[in-house]
Design a protein around this ligand. Structure first.
Ligand code: ZN
Length: 451
């Protein structure tokens, strides 16, 4: 009942009449376009992409140069191969050419935001209120696939900002959450004591959807599954976000809450990039808002099934156009369309972060799932992190409940040696906790090698 009132009266009144935003109108359009055949969605993307390129050439000195150097004029770009001759944008490029990347006519009219810096130094960037409305709209559409619609009870296990916000802003935010019926739990404090409280409070609140960072949700799920009495938490669905999701984590989370997991993939720079629908066959790209490429090391497009770097163009951020931005993640295109019938292109999986790849002395790389998959079977281990300081040296940091036996340690070492090759030294470091990144993410593997 409340949900209906919220969606039919409160929300349109606030979004359209008072704030004069287009979010709901975009969402209605997106709900239709998602069912178009993939080719039709591609042509919508191309129209938007061409508009963006022409705008960027005209308004941003950096892009004007880039077009010149590629020997192209924006209006002549009609094929993907031509588009591909534009350079990739990286974080260092954005820092170095910041001013030249801002569109002239949008100066002073953009919003500023920064990434958390989990891949090194934080990055500041700008975007327009208009592009924010697109971001909100694709996120609303994606979350709705999981049943997370306006006005229904939702719990967020989230990396809540630790910054000291002004009181008035905090009050505004709390009021907003109250009206939305969202309740927040701070994932930074994910320990036995806090999880007991989470369980009690969530049982009482009885949410329809739980949204959370993957790792704290997984830890919470394990906490519930390890206890003799089942938790009385019965949401209709779970949305995992902000961190990679491994298959065994999905199994554990679904077991704890008796509800399907919908994995989402997003970033500070773009918000929702892709999301699972109710069929769980992969992640649909927010294709009306983002043009996503998956590239091999040599810059050519990866085939379906083949892992490559995720490169994103934001079709609606005219203030600081992000064109061919290398986001630092690895992913794989799906090799078949989703049985739900949506025409949105689909990723089979997100395999992890480029920076977190562990390389072997003989020139191979270890897949992202390897370590979590290996270590999940040792119940003594509460948390772990693998750090590669040199090509032939790995440090395995472990947090244990009550220590861990020699036999287990030898077994782990043996498996890692087999994957890394004989020449690699593996050392253990026992620690009390593994620090999270500033935005509350847990890094499973960390490489200090330069690349
Ligand atoms: Zn689908």
């Amino acid at each position: 009942m409340y949900s209906q009132v919220y969606r039919k009266i409160l929300e349109p009144l606030w979004e359209e009449k008072i704030r004069k935003r287009h979010t709901l109108e975009y969402e209605r359009k997106l709900n239709e376009s998602q069912w178009l055949p993939e080719d039709d969605i591609r042509s919508i993307q191309w129209q938007e992409l061409r508009k963006l390129l022409i705008h960027s050439e005209k308004e941003c000195p950096y892009w004007r140069n880039a077009f010149e150097e590629a020997g192209l004029q924006a209006r002549d770009i009609v094929s993907y191969d031509q588009f591909r001759s534009l350079p990739l944008t990286t974080k260092p490029i954005i820092r170095e050419h910041y001013d030249d990347l801002i569109a002239r006519s949008y100066r002073g009219k953009t919003w500023k935001k920064s990434t958390g810096g989990s891949t090194g130094a934080p990055l500041q960037f700008e975007y327009t209120p208009e592009s924010d409305q697109w971001r909100q709209a694709v996120t609303r559409r994606g979350y709705a696939w999981a049943g997370a619609i306006g006005g229904i009870k939702q719990v967020y296990i989230w990396g809540v900002s630790l910054g000291k916000e002004p009181l008035i802003q905090k009050l505004k935010q709390n009021l907003h959450h109250l009206i939305l019926r969202h309740r927040y739990f701070n994932s930074f404090s994910c320990n036995q004591e806090s999880m007991r409280h989470w369980q009690r409070d969530i049982e009482k609140y009885d949410p329809k959807v739980i949204v959370g960072y993957t790792n704290p949700l997984y830890t919470f799920a394990k906490f519930i599954n390890d206890r003799a009495s089942a938790a009385l938490i019965h949401p209709d669905s779970i949305i995992t976000a902000a961190e990679n999701l491994f298959d065994y984590q999905r199994v554990e989370i679904e077991k704890a809450f008796h509800a399907p997991v919908f994995h989402s993939y997003g970033s500070r720079e773009f918000m929702l990039i892709a999301m699972e629908c109710e069929k769980h066959e992969g992640l649909h790209i927010s294709a009306e808002n983002l043009f996503v490429e998956i590239l091999r090391e040599d810059g050519t497009p990866a085939d379906p099934g083949e892992e490559g770097r995720v490169v994103v163009t934001d079709l609606h951020n005219y203030g600081m156009p992000f064109i061919r931005y290398d986001i630092g993640d690895l992913a794989v295109w799906s090799d078949k369309p989703c049985s739900c019938g949506r025409g949105l292109p689909m990723l089979k999986k997100i395999s992890g972060r480029v920076l977190d790849i562990i390389r072997t002395p003989n020139g191979k790389s270890i897949p992202g799932e390897f370590f979590p998959h290996l270590l999940k079977d040792f119940s003594e281990i509460l948390q772990f992190q693998i750090i590669q300081k040199k090509l032939d040296k790995l440090t395995v940091k472990l947090v244990t409940a009550n220590g861990i036996g020699e036999e287990s340690l030898d077994k782990i070492k043996k498996h890692i040696s087999e994957a890394m090759g004989e020449n690699c030294t593996i050392e253990y470091e026992f620690v009390d906790e593994i620090p999270l990144t500033k935005t509350g993410k847990h890094r499973v593997t960390m490489s200090m090698l330069s690349r």
